[in-house]
Design a protein around this ligand. Structure first.
Ligand SMILES: [Fe+2]
Length: 215
């Protein structure tokens, strides 16, 4: 008669007979390993702790504003209506994706400086400097104005952050503020604001004058 193979627990003294050690441990909790608003020691970066503390605090404000603008673009993408629906639907989503990339870049700079990025909607809502929009749907000119007002808040603050980063000797944060955040926001402002120029859709406004002159 063939012998049964020896069980794992018989061969391995770390496995208790009758217990499954591969069992996932659910519902775990423990205290935080780093408190929000602190920075770890990051000696290889050669940036003093007070500088990293100031930069991470300012970057978190920028992060909250950028997450809010990102979400405002998605709200606009979903809720847009009217004759320009299709082009704005696409444009809003393009800007949403570009703002999403900025969110990740800003958040990861906070982490690499030894800080903690805000992440959750509640914290973003508490932190952002951009006013809360209504839950309902708004007309296109209002959507566009609201987006431009949000851009203006970010542009004003990011210029200040770039100057501060320069003054404190953190060119990495200065570069992120100017090359990534400022330039992206400036370009998006152009694309959005051109939609608020009151151009006729079908008939030229001075058509009558042009006909008189050619007669
Ligand atoms: Fe979509």
């Amino acid at each position: 008669m063939a012998k049964r193979p020896a069980s794992n627990s018989a061969n391995n003294p770390t496995i208790t007979p009758g217990k499954i050690s591969a069992q996932p441990r659910f519902h775990q909790s423990a205290r935080e390993i780093q408190q929000f608003g602190t920075v770890t020691s990051m000696q290889p970066l050669q940036l003093d702790e007070p500088v990293r503390l100031e930069m991470t605090e300012q970057l978190n404000l920028l992060l909250a504003d950028t997450m809010t603008l990102r979400d405002l673009y998605k709200k606009s993408h979903w809720q847009v209506s009217g004759p320009t629906f299709y082009q704005l639907h696409l444009l809003f989503d393009k800007h949403y994706n570009e703002q999403s990339e900025l969110v990740d870049t800003i958040a990861e700079r906070i982490q690499l400086l030894g800080g903690i990025s805000i992440a959750m909607a509640h914290d973003v809502a508490e932190t952002t400097r951009i006013p809360r929009p209504p839950k309902g749907r708004e007309e296109v000119p209002v959507q566009l104005s609201r987006l431009l007002d949000a851009h203006q808040i970010i542009i004003e603050n990011v210029r200040g952050l770039a100057e501060l980063a320069n003054k404190l000797g953190d060119p990495g944060t200065n570069d992120l503020a100017v090359s990534n955040v400022l330039r992206t926001n400036e370009l998006q402002v152009w694309f959005v604001s051109e939609h608020l120029v009151n151009e006729p859709l079908v008939e030229a406004s001075d058509r009558g004058e042009a006909v008189k002159k050619s007669a």
